[in-house]
Design a protein around this ligand. Structure first.
Ligand code: NAD
Length: 267
C-alpha cells in the first residue's frame, strides 16, 4: 500500500510515519505539510527518527499523490476539503483523522466518496472503535432501567469537555435505545435525583492522563462497566495505518472505522 501522509511533520503525522515505516506491505511515497513547516525538504524518516527512507517533506500534495494508493490526513480542518478534492482527482483513497471538520469538509468528503473510498474518523484507535460498538450493543440489549453514565479522564491541558470520544460513546448508547443523545444527555450533573433514561457524563481532568473512558450500565443489584484506557498516543497511528491498508482497493464510498474491524455477527 503506497501511502501519502498529510500533516506529516505534526505529532500524529510523525507517529504515522514511524508506524508505517515498520509495517510490512506499507510504503510511504509522500509526506506533505505546509510550505513554511520546519523540516520542509528533509527526509520524513529522519524527521520521524527512523532513519532516511528517501521521501522528502513537501508542500505539493497533487504531485506526491500521483501513483499513491491512500492519503492519510492529520493536518488542520481548514485544509481538509482541499486535500480531499486533490485525493479524489488523483483517484487516491482518503482517511481523514483531522478533527473539528466543518460542513464544507463533510460535503467535500461526500463529493470525494463518489470517486474514491473515504473514512472520516475522529478517533482511529481500534480499541475505541470496538468499545463504541460494544456500547451500542449493550445499550440495545439492556432494558432502560439500567442507568447509563459515561466517565472520562484526560490530561490537564485538554481543551474540550466532555471529550469527542465520550460524546461518540454517548451517541452509540443513545442509538442503542433509539433516542437522540441531545434529548437525554446530562453533560455535567449537579444536585438532584437522576431521571430515568438519562445518559450522564462525568469528566476528570488531571496530570498526563492520555485518555480513559468508562461506560457504566448500572442496574438494580448489578453493574456492567465497559472500559478503554489509552496509555500511548501511538494507538491512533496504528489504527490509522490499519484503516488505510483496509481502504486500499475498496470501491468508492463513505466507510467508518467500525468497517475496519471484523465483527462476527450471529449466523
Ligand atoms: P499538530 O499540530 O502536531 O500537527 C498538524 C500538522 O498539520 C502540522 O505539522 C501542520 O503544519 C500541518 N498542517 C496544517 N495545515 C496544513 C495544510 N494546509 N497542509 C498540510 N499540512 C498542514 O497536530 P496533531 O496533534 O498531529 O493533530 C492533527 C489533527 O489530528 C488534529 O485535528 C487532531 O485533533 C487530530 N487527531 C486525531 C486523532 C484521531 O484518532 N483521529 C488522534 C489525534 C489527533
Amino acid at each position: 500500500m503506497r501511502l501519502v501522509i498529510v500533516g506529516a511533520s505534526g505529532r500524529m503525522g510523525l507517529a504515522i510515519a514511524r508506524v508505517a515505516a515498520s509495517t510490512n506491505g506499507v510504503k510511504i511515497v509522500g509526506a506533505v505539510d505546509r510550505p513554511d513547516a520546519p523540516g520542509c525538504g528533509r527526509d520524513i524518516g529522519e524527521l520521524a527518527g527512523v532513519g532516511a527512507i528517501g521521501v522528502s517533506l513537501s508542500a505539493d500534495l497533487p504531485a506526491v499523490l500521483v501513483g499513491a494508493d491512500v492519503m492519510v490526513d492529520f493536518s488542520a480542518p481548514t485544509a481538509t476539503a482541499r486535500n480531499l478534492a486533490a485525493a479524489a482527482a488523483a483517484g487516491v483513497a482518503a482517511l481523514v483523522g483531522t478533527t473539528g471538520l466543518d460542513a464544507a469538509a463533510q460535503s467535500a468528503a461526500n463529493d470525494a466518496a463518489r470517486r474514491v473510498p473515504v473514512i472520516i474518523a475522529a478517533n482511529t484507535s481500534l480499541g475505541v472503535t470496538l468499545l463504541i460498538e460494544l456500547v451500542r450493543a449493550a445499550s440495545y440489549a439492556l432494558p432502560e432501567d439500567f442507568d447509563i453514565e459515561i466517565i472520562e479522564g484526560h490530561h490537564r491541558h485538554k481543551k474540550d469537555a466532555p471529550s469527542g470520544t465520550a460524546l461518540a460513546l454517548g451517541h452509540a448508547a443513545a442509538e442503542g435505545r433509539s433516542v437522540s443523545l441531545d434529548s437525554v444527555a446530562v453533560p455535567a450533573r449537579t444536585g438532584g435525583e437522576r431521571e430515568r433514561g438519562e445518559i450522564g457524563f462525568a469528566v476528570v481532568r488531571g496530570g498526563d492522563i492520555v485518555g480513559d473512558h468508562t461506560v457504566l450500565f448500572a442496574g438494580e443489584g448489578e453493574r456492567v462497566s465497559l472500559v478503554h484506557q489509552a496509555t500511548d498516543r501511538a494507538i491512533f497511528a496504528r489504527g490509522a495505518v490499519r484503516a488505510a491498508s483496509w481502504l486500499s482497493g475498496r470501491t468508492p464510498g463513505r466507510y467508518e472505522m467500525r468497517d475496519v474491524l471484523p465483527f462476527k455477527t450471529r449466523a
